[in-house]
Design a binder for this molecule. Structure first.
Ligand code: TRP
Ligand code: ZN
Length: 492
């Protein structure tokens, strides 16, 4: 409502007097999604989370999870209502200590209406009490929570959070985490970051983990089960905690021979990518039938199947490379997946060269030669693959080919400067494929438009080799077997 005021001098006074009712009318609900065209309902609008404090209790036999999540957030608009993404049954919500109304909508929206509107730019505290059986909950027809013989695992991409904690579920909203989980004595709970304490009382043990650098929701992980835990320190001084399910059987030795190299591999990667961005390292291998590995922050998740045919340090290289490419520098939208997977694959190629098992150029040539021009492989654009092809093999292999092509175009000095400079430039943040191109152009002083277009966007096999440099095709680099083992994810 607007009032015409005759005396201009009175205008300010009048609008001040009108300010309260006029503003109240502008309080609106936050958007249902954060605005990612691949997944319009993922994440939410109107606020930004800074910290999740999760206090949980889990019963392995029944798969019952109950607990309280406390979110610290800041509003980014005048909010009358906002959503969290969540699937379990909620019994109570409080906003700034005051009980709030809530309901559910869509596939995974928890819609919260605080008693009073929340002004833009204010810090809020949201408490959600809940319980449920995560394996019984589906969204879009699927569940990614795995109930195992002795516990459960939450590790998936792009979604795992809404089965175990309410969140703003999109990598654009990164936050720090305290994860405190009570499990029956004799059972362990694994999560991200440092283990702050373990305490046993009345037949239950509480594990308190803290991940104190910005972390995307899909990189938060929880594993409960019977684990053997090993501890150590990398040469550069980062504390390491690894966990191996006690049910790994004949894959146990190969898993340890790979994951116990975490410190060595992280130190080696830091030579290419710069200082490791976190204060904790590790990996865990739960008892799951799936074939995936995932770059869960500070502590990647490895399926036992990754070690079914022997040690596989290459997959450790892949997941640890993500700690810089994907975790520290997260994607802005899911279309930017190449800034994560292309580089994690390229790191495996660097490792292969380091191990004397085929150079990056040989591996690039091999990928190029192994897909004839009419192979559907070349129809997937790694730079914007579409939600159905987000984890297509082309995002990885053509994605790494693009990186080799970039290296050949700008030369090793500029290339390795880009590789190391990028994580520093966007540390703890988000970036897009376009941001990467711009950065590589700035460092190299070259227009890279045509190169990026050819390798990341054209739906056709680029003419000429990856490989401006002509090296002869290797028969079958030794490392190829290990890299193929990490392609397991595509059988999903
Ligand atoms: N980011 C994972 C990797 O490359 C791959 C992945 C894609 C994945 N989708 C997944 C892992 C679903 C587990 C579940 O290492
Ligand atoms: Zn990956």
């Amino acid at each position: 409502m607007h009032y015409r005021v005759i005396a201009p001098g009175a205008l300010a006074t009048v609008s001040l007097l009108l300010a309260v009712p006029a503003f109240a009318a502008t309080y609106t609900p936050g958007a249902q999604g954060i605005g990612d065209p691949y997944y319009p309902a993922y994440g939410n609008g109107g606020y930004d989370v800074s910290h999740y404090d999760l206090r949980l209790r889990y019963q392995p036999v029944t798969d019952e999870l109950e607990g309280t999540a406390t979110l610290r957030a800041r509003t980014t608009q005048d909010l009358s209502q906002f959503d969290l993404d969540f699937l379990l049954n909620v019994s109570e919500v409080r906003v700034n200590g005051v009980e709030a109304a809530f309901t559910t909508s869509g596939e995974h929206e928890l819609v919260i209406t605080p008693r009073t509107g929340l002004a833009k730019g204010t810090d809020i505290t949201v408490v959600v009490r809940y319980r449920g059986i995560p394996s019984s909950k589906k969204a879009y027809g699927f569940t990614t929570w795995l109930h195992t013989a002795d516990g459960a695992v939450a590790a998936n991409e792009p979604e795992s959070a809404w089965w175990w904690f309410p969140s703003n579920d999109h990598p654009l909203d990164k936050a720090t985490y305290d994860v405190s989980v009570r499990v029956p004595e004799g059972t362990q709970a694994i999560s991200n970051g440092r283990l702050r304490s373990t305490r046993s009382r009345g037949g239950w043990t509480t594990y308190h983990w803290r991940s104190d650098k910005p972390q995307a929701t899909y990189l938060a992980t929880l594993a409960v089960g019977k684990f053997d835990i090993t501890t150590g320190k990398s040469e550069s001084g980062i504390p390491i905690i690894n966990a191996y399910s006690k049910n790994l059987g004949d894959r146990d030795a190969a898993a340890r021979a790979s994951v116990e190299r975490t410190g060595e591999i992280a130190d080696w990667l830091s030579g290419y990518f710069g200082p490791y961005p976190y204060n904790a390292l590790g990996g865990y291998v739960p008892d799951v039938p799936t074939g995936f590995a995932l770059e869960t922050q500070t502590r990647p998740y490895y399926s036992p199947r990754q070690f079914a045919s022997g040690p596989n340090p290459s997959v450790v290289v892949h997941e640890l490379a993500h700690q810089w490419y994907g975790d520290d520098v997260s994607l802005k939208g899911w279309k930017d997946i190449w800034i994560s997977e292309g580089f994690a694959r390229y790191a495996q190629w660097l490792w292969s060269e380091h191990e004397g098992q085929g150079t990056t150029q040989e591996l690039a040539d091999k990928v190029y030669a192994s897909h004839p021009a009419d192979d559907a492989f070349w129809t997937v654009a790694p730079g914007d693959p579409g939600p159905d092809n987000q984890f297509d093999i082309a995002v990885y292999d053509r994605g790494a080919l693009a990186i080799q092509a970039l290296r050949n175009e700008i030369g090793d000095d500029a290339f390795f400067a880009v590789l190391k400079g990028w994580p520093q430039k966007h540390t703890y943040g988000n970036a897009s494929v376009a941001d990467f191109q711009q950065y590589a152009e700035k460092v190299s002083g070259k227009d890279l438009g045509p190169l990026f277009d050819t390798w990341l966007f054209e739906p056709a096999k680029p003419a000429g080799r990856a490989a401006a440099r002509m090296s002869s095709l290797p028969a079958q680099p030794e490392s190829w077997k290990q890299i193929e083992a990490t392609n397991e994810v595509h059988k999903h």
